[in-house]
Design a protein around this ligand. Structure first.
Ligand code: ADP
Ligand code: MG
Length: 348
């Protein structure tokens, strides 16, 4: 006998879908900064400025300005549509992906949980119009032509204003700033030729120059003393090219937090590669000490699956054991080629 119970399943409206999706992409202010800075890098920017403004209790606005390719008016609007991207057209494109983005979700997600003002103009087209779009909670409040320099500025305000649970989850502004700085350092090291400038309430936090060497950049961020204790690594193995710097055994840490990796220009964390680096030191370091290492790996894009996690912080590497082995051997060989007797420096 047919009952009369009502149906209870419904398809969610797009605004709700976007807010839920945003939860994965925009976990905290640092994830938002990461997405926007990666967009600037993908846009071919030479310089990227990040301005964070905080009140006594929380981060209140984030502004990213780049001199990248910019967007024409139609694209500027489309950019906020979920799954709209200029970076891939079909799934096969992921096998050869060189851009950091491809999901087409960041701008839509951010605009779903904040108030976003986008100002953009195509960089290489003197005659092109500039566009200003204001969008909050997924709703377009303004879309107008304005004069603007070539490139793109994205201003994010009222973050999580319509998702109170997420807003409450935000830690102190100092904690959030530390996350932003840590994430940004990883991105900067993967792109030492781009000039970055991070300010917090107007005070410079991280500044790097255009076309800097990786070692310059390391010295800028971690200090000249750290840079002095590093040796360069440069190896090409069959499956991976490895470049960067690793610490002499005299410089070590109790955590693995200063083993900073990028794969094909993407700042990632990889437990397997991190372990391989540690293994490369063998007995030169005690079991519970970790080296400092800044390494960029270049691996055939077909071997790297970047579509593992919405934030793309983890990637899946095919033939990982062989690649990890190549990294371990490169570290070993590099250390063997250098004078490993710790420098004796006067302590002050
Ligand atoms: P994705 O980066 O995965 O493509 P996003 O939502 O981050 O998705 O961005 C959507 C699209 O908007 C991008 O594919 C790009 O074409 C454009 N876009 C976003 N940010 C910028 C920028 N800073 N400069 C130029 N174009 C941008
Ligand atoms: Mg993106």
């Amino acid at each position: 006998k047919q009952g009369s119970s009502p149906t209870i399943i419904r398809v969610l409206d797009q605004a709700t879908v976007n807010k839920i999706a945003a939860g994965e992409v925009v976990e905290r202010p640092a994830s938002l900064v990461k997405e926007l800075v990666e967009n600037s890098i993908d846009a071919g920017a030479d310089s990227v400025r990040i301005e964070i403004i905080a009140s006594k209790n929380e981060i209140t606005s984030i502004r990213i300005t780049d001199d990248g390719c910019g967007m024409v008016p139609e694209d500027a609007l489309l950019a906020f549509t979920p799954h709209a991207t200029s970076k891939i057209t079909e799934i096969r494109d992921l096998d050869t992906i060189r851009t950091l983005g491809f999901r087409g979700e960041a701008l839509a997600s951010i605009a779903a949980v904040a108030r976003v003002t986008l100002i953009t103009r195509p960089r290489d087209d003197e005659l092109a119009a500039g566009t200003r779009i204001v969008i909050a909670g997924g709703e377009i409040l303004e879309n107008s032509a304005i004069g603007a320099p070539g490139g793109t500025t994205v201003l994010v305000e009222d973050l999580f204003y319509n998702t109170p649970a997420r807003k409450k989850f935000q830690k102190s502004r100092a904690t959030e700033l530390a996350h932003i700085i840590g994430m940004l350092e990883g991105i900067i090291l993967a792109h030492p030729t781009i000039a970055f400038r991070l300010t917090y309430n107007g005070t410079e936090q991280v500044v790097t120059g255009r076309n800097a060497t990786r070692l310059d950049t390391i010295a800028r961020i971690y200090g000249a003393a750290t840079a002095r204790d590093l040796v360069p690594v440069s190896t090409t193995a069959p499956l991976v090219a490895i470049a960067g710097h690793i610490s002499r055994p005299s410089l070590s840490r109790k955590d693995r937090d200063r083993i900073i990796l990028s794969i094909n220009g993407r700042y990632v964390s990889s437990p397997a590669i991190t372990n391989a680096i540690k293994e490369g030191y063998g007995t030169l370091l005690p079991k519970d000490r970790f080296p400092v290492a800044f390494l960029s790996l270049d691996i055939d894009t077909a071997l790297v699956d970047v579509n593992v996690h919405p934030t793309k912080k983890l990637v899946r590497i095919s033939r990982e054991p062989e690649i990890a082995g190549a990294v371990r051997d490169a570290i070993k060989k590099t250390l063997a080629g250098h004078d490993l007797i710790p420098d004796i420096r006067p302590t002050t």
